[in-house]
Design a protein around this ligand. Structure first.
Ligand code: URA
Length: 277
């Protein structure tokens, strides 16, 4: 339940103060009944809110997670004409933007939203959102290198904050590590390993602010679950807005329909092949 003036302001009807004037002057109704009381709380998923008899369409906030492939830039457009991650989320029912960036050759978790507050909070150093990277490097790091990663490494833009490191595979040709950091400097992980003399061969972000891929295939996206949604907003001390349940359900229905169509296309193709038509 949210305050009526906030709902009107978020829907872009008017500023918070002008919205209050609209209410007190009797121009706003809830489910057909005029409402002139400031601070009235409404459930926007259930009530029909009208201004001068016209229903407001509140812009629902959404957040999706994409499994970013390599060879895509994370900006909304690219002067060099390369493919952008926006090409991969064009099925999202509202216009969203990426929360931060991954390098052209980095894969993994990239969040998108239409909520500017959420973006700013997640990217603000104060909230120190946790990022986990699976890093494949050329060479085998020494014990001392791991200690340096943990303590902080001097890069040209300053010493990195302490990191958590787990070595998954140690081999002279190629090693694999999980690195957890709370900063988001440009090309930070690659630069940290390069500073130690180990070129990064593959880089995948497996988690950002508690959100993981959960089996999402490369190039695919999904809406956050309600549990992820609540956890994400709380992780940056933001009030949790209404979960876009109807959008999530209609998206799931659409996915099931597309899957059935693809399966039925496959069956028809097989039948045609067998019957030689
Ligand atoms: N660090 C990097 O070096 N690259 C990324 O894409 C993300 C973090």
């Amino acid at each position: 339940m949210e305050r009526l003036q906030k709902v009107l302001a978020q829907a872009g009807i008017a500023s918070r103060r002008k919205s209050e004037e609209l209410i007190t002057s009797g121009r706003v109704s809830i489910d057909g009944e005029p409402c002139t009381t400031l601070g009235t709380r409404v459930d926007t998923t259930k009530s029909r809110i009208e201004v001068d008899g016209v229903e407001i369409t509140r812009q629902r906030l959404v957040c999706v997670v994409l499994h970013k492939p390599t060879s895509y830039v994370s900006t909304t457009s690219d002067p060099e004409g390369r493919r952008t991650v926006m090409d991969l989320v064009d099925g999202v029912p509202v216009r969203v933007h990426p929360i931060g960036r991954l390098d052209y050759d980095t894969t993994g978790v990239l969040l998108f939203t239409n909520d500017g507050d959420l973006t700013n909070h997640l990217l603000h150093p104060r909230h120190e959102s946790k990022k986990t990277y699976r890093v494949t490097i050329i060479g085998m790091p020494e014990k001392d290198d791991i200690e340096r990663l943990k303590k902080g490494i001097l890069l040209e833009d300053g010493v990195t904050s302490p990191a958590t490191v787990r070595v998954l595979r140690n081999h002279p040709a190629e090693s694999v590590l999980d690195l957890v950091i709370h900063e988001g400097r440009n090309r930070q992980v690659r630069r940290m390993f390069e500073a130690l003399g180990y070129p990064v061969k593959r880089l995948k972000r497996t988690e950002f602010a508690g959100i993981q891929l959960n089996g999402l295939r490369v190039g695919e996206w999904r809406m956050l679950s309600k549990e992820e949604w609540d956890r994400l907003y709380r992780s940056v001390n933001l009030e949790v807005p209404p979960y876009p349940e109807d959008l999530v359900h209609s998206f799931k229905r659409e996915q099931i329909r597309e899957k059935r169509e693809a399966e039925s296309d496959g069956v028809h193709r097989r039948i045609r092949r067998r019957s030689g038509k």
